[in-house]
Write a protein that binds this ligand. Structure first.
Ligand code: SF4
Length: 401
């Protein structure tokens, strides 16, 4: 067996088109036009190759768990028969293995009717729904091709899935111009137990609009300030607190646990993308770095999944929390931050050898969380765990700011 760890799973782009057109979408609206050349739907023979390669990968790396995340475009456009056949093929390929298989779908929720929900329940497919908040926020970004807001249809899908007792998580792209307390209350009243907010996809070539065309500054941290207020609501809520993945992971890491994922921490990124034509690629968030940026010439028909460990971009993505810029290497909170998400480090001059575009926001947020947690631990626990308070200014000094 290889000394490297195997993949945790694959994100499968089972369709390359979408029934809506979100303004911030990295697939269609961030400069990558390569989707136009892809088959609209993944063919059955590509699924067959995926199953064979994934099963072999699990054998090679003695994996005990593996995950398929069905993604798009809008994955439900693939149709119910695709889902039935996919799960059948997965079961057939994995039934004799000691591998716990998980299958999820990430959808905009618009097509989720009773029939879909019952099918996904029968197939044990977990559902992730993308909701950006109340109608006035969601409809600002998540519009259909006629420029109509999609909030009402998405909420109908969510409620249908809740009525059918589906296993549901919600993903929301954060909007730092919103009131975090109002957002927290909104998702709480929707009875969402499993929630995450994604940092918007920006880099040094495509700065967040809130930065008003200026490079990041330590005294201007709208994203960090938003998260701090969200964290404070969440931390104070002892009764209905949902799991918010980003915050859960940060808290675990501060308490010394091995945690983290693509956005933060020290863990390797052990997911890969497979496009509808079978291309194997690194994180699809990297599409925002330029047209065809994620293409490295690997295809599930011809290559084993472990061959993707060695291409430059996939290697960089996998080890992104170790392959840090000089600034990040000096930083006193790099163990928790991990340089942030690789897609947020990109700039034409230095490639990925930059701190995250959200560096100061992350620094302010992570020091705030650490100090707040320490305020709630006994002096003995803090001493035994070797923890210490650190101000934002202390962290800034570590990178000579
Ligand atoms: S806070 Fe900034 S300098 Fe420190 S690890 Fe994160 S991105 Fe790098």
């Amino acid at each position: 067996m290889s000394s490297q760890k195997g993949l945790n799973g694959l994100v499968l782009k089972i369709v390359s088109r979408c029934n809506i057109n979100c303004s911030y979408c990295y697939m269609y609206n961030m400069g990558d036009e390569s989707y136009r050349l892809l088959p609209k739907k993944m063919a059955g023979n590509v699924v067959d190759h995926i199953m064979e390669r994934a099963a072999r990968h699990c054998d090679e790396f003695e994996m005990k768990e593996f995950e398929f995340i069905l993604h798009g475009g809008e994955p439900l456009l693939a149709g119910k028969s695709f889902f039935r056949e996919f799960v059948e093929k997965a079961k057939k390929q994995f039934e004799k293995k000691q591998v716990r298989l998980r299958i999820g779908v990430q959808t905009n929720g618009i097509l989720l009717d009773t029939e879909w929900c019952r099918l996904l329940n029968t197939l044990s497919v977990n559902i992730g729904i993308s909701i950006d908040g109340p109608a006035d926020r969601h409809d600002r970004y998540r519009k259909d091709h006629q420029l109509n807001g999609t909030h009402a249809k998405t909420l109908l899908g969510l409620h249908t899935a809740q009525l059918e007792s589906c296993k549901i998580g919600v993903l929301s792209v954060m909007d730092a111009s919103t009131d975090p307390q109002a957002m927290y209350n909104y998702f709480n009243q929707l009875n969402i137990d499993d929630l995450d907010f994604l940092w918007p996809d920006h880099n040094y070539e495509k700065l967040p609009a809130l930065y008003q065309h200026q490079s990041p500054r330590p005294d201007y941290t709208p994203f960090g300030d938003w998260w701090i207020r969200l964290f404070d609501c969440w931390f104070a809520d002892r009764f209905t607190r949902p799991r918010i993945r980003f915050l859960n992971q940060v808290v675990l890491m501060i308490l010394g646990r091995d945690a983290g994922f693509e956005s933060i921490g020290q863990e390797e990124n052990r997911y890969l993308i497979v496009e509808t034509d079978g291309s194997i690629e690194a994180s699809d968030y990297l599409k925002a770095c330029g047209d065809g940026f994620t293409k490295e010439g690997l295809n599930i028909e011809r290559h084993e999944l472990s061959e993707a460990f060695h291409t430059p971009l996939m290697k960089m993505h996998r080890q992104s929390h170790r392959m840090l810029s000089d600034t990040c290497r000096r930083c006193s909170i790099k163990e928790v931050c991990g340089g942030g998400h690789i897609a947020h480090r990109f700039g034409k001059d230095k490639g990925f050898a930059n701190p995250s575009i959200y560096c100061f926001d992350l620094m302010k947020l992570l020091t705030h969380i650490q100090n707040k947690i320490l305020d709630n631990l006994s002096a003995k626990t803090i001493r035994e765990a070797g923890l210490a308070k650190m101000s934002y200014q202390d962290a800034l000094r570590s990178i000579n700011m």
